[in-house]
Design a protein around this ligand. Structure first.
Ligand code: NAP
Length: 288
């Protein structure tokens, strides 16, 4: 497993395991334990996924030394603001059964995220969390936060996949020293991602699967990935991406698949903002 050094010197695995939409506690516990057994060391959860307790149980059952793990969770919109974020952090830590976190993220660029950031800076300074960052910040919002923060965000977790490549934003993140981490690296299979003819032919050429080609494409670009699967064979397949290289021809073909539009979440659209706030009133996890 390759790692990347964040701007504060903390080492983060380039590939991790995401648990969005794994809401059944027993399935989540079993799957995370399987993932840890398969070799994943980074687990990505969030308070809004409602599975932090199951993730914590899996971590305890797996018996992997704590210092080998990299555990990420996130504060959701209703947890934005200095006091609320401090309380949210304590609650997440308690649910996970951990005494420190590796990465704490602002989940969405909505609400009082500046207040939240002050809380996260303090949590970082007191050693309760080894790295702090954001999710779904476009380059302009990220730059604004960087200008106004005492401690710079170390990670920005964003929607990125072959249909939404965000090269210009990646360049700005590199300038700012913020490590990108791709969520929904497969766009959850939307728009025929797993059967795309270009990706399929590249996969055949390398004797790999489309999923593996996509993850390799991110990793070669220096973008961390957190694919999710509740199936053992798939989560093992997703981890088997370290023994091949995409060549320039592959990369040029994949670059042409960019549609320049998100498939999953567009924080700039009022309808999306409404959907996110509706979620708070009526949580339907599959819609976020
Ligand atoms: P994803 O990883 O792009 O796709 C997951 C889907 O692909 C699942 O339906 C899974 O099915 C399937 N799949 C996985 N591996 C496969 C393979 N090798 N072959 C065929 N199908 C495969 O989507 P995601 O779960 O939305 O994103 C990944 C993680 O990113 C999440 O779990 C979460 O931790 C994080 N995330 C963060 C945000 C944010 O706002 N910060 C938003 C969304 C997600 P099965 O499970 O049935 O195998």
């Amino acid at each position: 497993m390759q790692t990347v050094k964040l701007s504060n010197g903390v080492t983060m695995p380039l590939e991790g395991f995401g648990v969005f939409q794994v809401t059944d506690g027993e399935v989540c516990r079993r799957t995370v334990q399987t993932a840890l057994g398969a070799g994943y060391r980074l687990i990505d959860t969030a308070s809004s996924y409602q599975n932090e307790q199951a993730v914590g149980a899996a971590i305890r059952a797996a018996g992997v030394p704590r210092e080998e793990l990299f555990v990420t969770t996130k504060a959701y919109i209703h947890q934005m603001g200095y006091e609320k974020t401090k309380a949210a952090f304590a609650e997440s830590l308690q649910k996970l059964g951990l005494d420190y976190l590796d990465l704490y993220l602002i989940h969405m660029p909505f609400g009082d995220y500046y207040g939240a950031w002050r809380a996260m800076e303090e949590l970082y300074q007191t050693g309760k969390v080894r790295a702090i960052g954001v999710c779904n910040f476009d380059a302009a919002r990220l730059m604004d936060l960087c200008w106004n923060a005492d401690i710079q965000p170390m990670v920005n977790q964003i929607e990125r996949h072959p249909h939404f490549q965000r090269e210009e934003e990646l360049r700005i993140m590199a300038e700012l020293g913020v490590q990108p981490q791709a969520w929904a690296p497969f766009a959850e299979g939307m728009h025929g991602m797993f059967t795309d003819p270009v990706l399929t032919s590249i996969a055949h050429k390398h004797g790999k699967s489309v999923a593996q080609v996509i993850l390799r494409w991110d990793i070669q670009r220096g973008v961390a990935v957190i694919p999710k699967s509740v199936h053992r064979e798939r989560l093992e397949e997703n981890l088997d991406v370290w023994d091949f290289m995409l060549d320039m021809d592959d990369l040029v073909q994949i670059a042409a698949l960019d549609r320049g539009q998100p498939s999953m979440l567009d924080p700039h659209r009022p309808s999306e903002v409404r959907r996110v706030y509706d979620y708070l009133r009526n949580p339907v996890l599959t819609s976020l």
